[in-house]
Design a protein around this ligand. Structure first.
Ligand code: AMP
Length: 285
């Protein structure tokens, strides 16, 4: 496994691989890797001759300075995990390498990026599009792997590659969870032991809401989720929306989509946690 910091170096290594007609897979990450990330890497290794994993805490997608400053950085440990997972190239550039000049590009992929995270984290998806488009131009991967934990992000990336005609196949991968159900996240390490113990309530409630949903209206399911989670004083739901999983637009009646997905953001103390759940396609109520 090679650890590469410079764009030009990575491009020349990959040019050779491409000459040999090798299929290239990319897993973009911000590091502090856990089993969720590694499930993407595993899939990338299985499906491609060459697996590239980028580790870059992208400043332009953070709308909260404190979040950027406190984001966990564990590159040495990440490289050990990636080597064991069969990764071929770790791309770990500096901020100056990725942004020698400020990136002034602004993207508009329409309604898909205006709701939920787009509405609450101004500039976030623009920053994601800036960094992921750069990674796509640098690596020119055949396949790129993203986790459904960031459900809306995948929709934004799909809209981006379509609008910019980037020839890459986007592969979405299921959410990996801790044994108690909590969606794995680099931010989980910021939870106090007490908060960590409470945090699985989010996933547990989402799961219960699937059983609760038949015969209930969309609003009743939303109310159930928010009320159940907020019974725990350390939790504050920022939003819970049930959306059309293709367009990300909130639905008000189950009949509006064949792919209802509930997307949640919860503050557990100071830590912002996200998760989501898929509902059955034939609900009524
Ligand atoms: P991040 O480092 O948080 O930007 O995440 C890098 C990639 O890993 C994104 O595509 C995430 O959606 C994905 N990812 C993060 N956590 C999980 C998880 N628990 N299960 C599956 N994929 C994940």
């Amino acid at each position: 496994m090679k650890i590469v910091n410079k764009i030009q170096d990575l491009k020349s290594y990959l040019a050779k691989e491409k000459q040999d007609k090798k299929q290239i897979g990319l897993v973009p990450t911000m590091g502090a890797l856990h089993a969720g990330h590694l499930s993407l890497v595993k899939r990338c290794v299985e499906e491609n001759a060459v697996c590239v994993v980028s580790v870059f805490v992208n400043p332009t997608q953070f709308n909260d300075k404190h979040d950027l400053e406190t984001y966990p950085r564990t590159l040495d440990k990440d490289c050990e995990l990636l080597q064991a997972a069969g990764c071929d190239y770790v791309f770990a550039p500096s901020v100056e390498e990725m942004y020698p000049e400020p990136d002034t590009r602004t993207f508009d992929f329409g309604p898909v990026m205006q709701v939920m995270e787009g509405a609450r984290r101004p500039g976030h998806f623009n920053g994601v599009a800036q960094v992921v488009s750069k990674l796509f131009y640098i690596v020119e991967p055949d396949n790129a792997y993203f986790g459904e934990k960031d459900f809306q992000q995948i929709a934004v990336i799909r809209a981006m590659v379509e609008q910019l005609n980037i020839p890459v196949h986007i592969v979405d991968c299921p959410i990996m969870r801790e044994a108690d159900g909590l969606a794995m996240s680099s931010r989980n390490t910021r939870l106090t032991p007490e908060q960590r113990q409470k945090a699985p309530l989010i996933a547990r409630t989402l799961k219960e809401s699937v059983t609760f949903a038949p015969g209930k209206s969309v609003q009743e399911v939303i109310d159930f989720v928010v009320k159940t989670i907020e019974q725990e004083p350390v939790m504050k739901v920022e939003y819970y929306e049930i959306v059309d999983g293709h367009t990300m637009q909130p639905i008000h009646d189950w009949s509006e989509t064949d792919y209802p997905v509930g997307c949640i953001t919860v503050y557990c103390g100071e830590v912002r946690l996200i998760d989501n759940i898929k509902y059955a396609s034939n609900l009524k109520g």
